[in-house]
Design a protein around this ligand. Sequence first.
Ligand SMILES: O=C(CO)[C@@H](O)[C@H](O)COP(=O)(O)O
Ligand SMILES: [Co+2]
Length: 215
Amino acid sequence: MIKIAPSILSADFSNLKDELKKVEEGGADFIHLDIMDGNFVPNITFGPPVIKRIRNVTKLPFDAHLMIENPERYIDDFVDAGADIITVHEESTRHLHRTIQSIKNRGIRAGVALNPSTPLNNIEYIMEYIDMVLIMTVNPGFGGQSFISSMKRKISDLKDIIDKRKLNIEIQVDGGIKLDNAREIANLGAEILVVGSGIFAAEDPTEETKKFKNI
Ligand SMILES: O=C(CO)[C@@H](O)[C@H](O)COP(=O)(O)O
Ligand SMILES: [Co+2]
């Protein structure tokens, strides 16, 4: 079954506890946390203190998507706050291998995210060290954008590479995923779908999460 990671970027921040409960009840597999620094991306969101607070209100694993420059500076803070997976952008650090090592050394899962224009080749030599690749299907920074259709080929190319090299890597896809394109994206090889506005802008996020789980 497809794994669903609701992104709280489109949730009601004044009522995060209830929002988390709603998607947990709907069968969500992760909570996707979009961390933005106003530098790597134009938007600013939240950081470790918020994560630490919401850690107690749900049992779901926290999937932290760091859209920040030089994320190596903050790995310990995000692990200490309760992140179970940390994904860093390939474009955000000069020392990707070292950054991955510092995530793995803390005993949690490491992912690498690629902006739409970043080729898969850029992660060729570090793939054996990571647990997940996040294919961005919008430009990072905002929820509610449209899926970039040329990313479909990128997802299936990544799936071929993983299969050919027999790597143990999950493919996560993030951006513009709605009920009407989710099945097609899953069929290309995506195993974890991040859904923000598709769940939290809906009237009933619990029911919407169930629908995504049943695509
Ligand atoms: O990382 C990001 C945006 O930078 C995403 O996680 C979005 O929050 C997904 O939102 P939708 O496109 O599903 O509304
Ligand atoms: Co994200």
